[in-house]
Design a protein. Sequence first.
Length: 226
Amino acid sequence: MPGGVSFHVARGEILAITGLVGAGRTETVRLVFGADRRDAGEIRLDGKSLSIRSPREAIAAGIGLLPEDRKTQGLTLRHSVRENFGLPNLNRLARFAFVRARQERDECRHYIDALQIKISGMEQLTGNLSGGNQQKVVLAKWLARQCDVLIFDEPTRGIDVGARYEIYLLMNELVAQGKSLILVSSEMPEVLGMADRVLVMHAGRITGEVDARQTSPEEILKLAMA
C-alpha cells in the first residue's frame, strides 16, 4: 500500500507519476479509482470530499481509469466494441432494464469516428483489435461518461509508434478541453514530452515533484532511487 502520497492535478493539466518498478504508482491510482481499498486519506474533486469505495463510485464522480493491463482490466475481449462501449454507460443507455439500442449504436459510432478507431464494424470483438485500437475503445467509453479526471496507466505499452502518436494527440485534445489527466508511465520520453509536472515515487512514497520542462532524466532517476 502506498504511504505518504499527496498530490493534486489541475484542470487542463497532465500530471505524470513515475518511478522504478514497485514504486507504488499503479497502486496509488487504483486507490483513487476505488479499485483497491483505501485505509486512510481523502480524495477531493473541485473542493468536494469524495467517499470512493469502488470503481462504480469513482465513475459516478467523473473519474475514469485506462488501466495498465487493458486486456484483463479495461475490456471484455470476448464482447464487441459496442458492448464494451456501453457497459459503463448503461445508466444512461438503458430504460426499465432494456438498452436503447439505437442510442447506444449512435453514440458508439460517434466516438469510433471521433477517435478514428479502425474496426470492421462495432460488432467486431475487441479481442481482435490492435493494441492501439483497444486503447481507444477504453478511452471512448470514458469520454461518453463525460469524465473530468482521466487516469492513463502506461497508455502506450504494447502499441506501435503510429498509435502512440494518436494517443498523445488525443491526450492533448482532452487537456485543451479542460480535462485533468494523470499519466502513469515508466518511459522517460513520454513523461517529459507529455507532462506539465512530474511526481517521482519510491517505495510507496513521493520523493520529489519537478517541472517537466525544467528537469532531466538524470534528476528523475536520482529521485526514483532516493
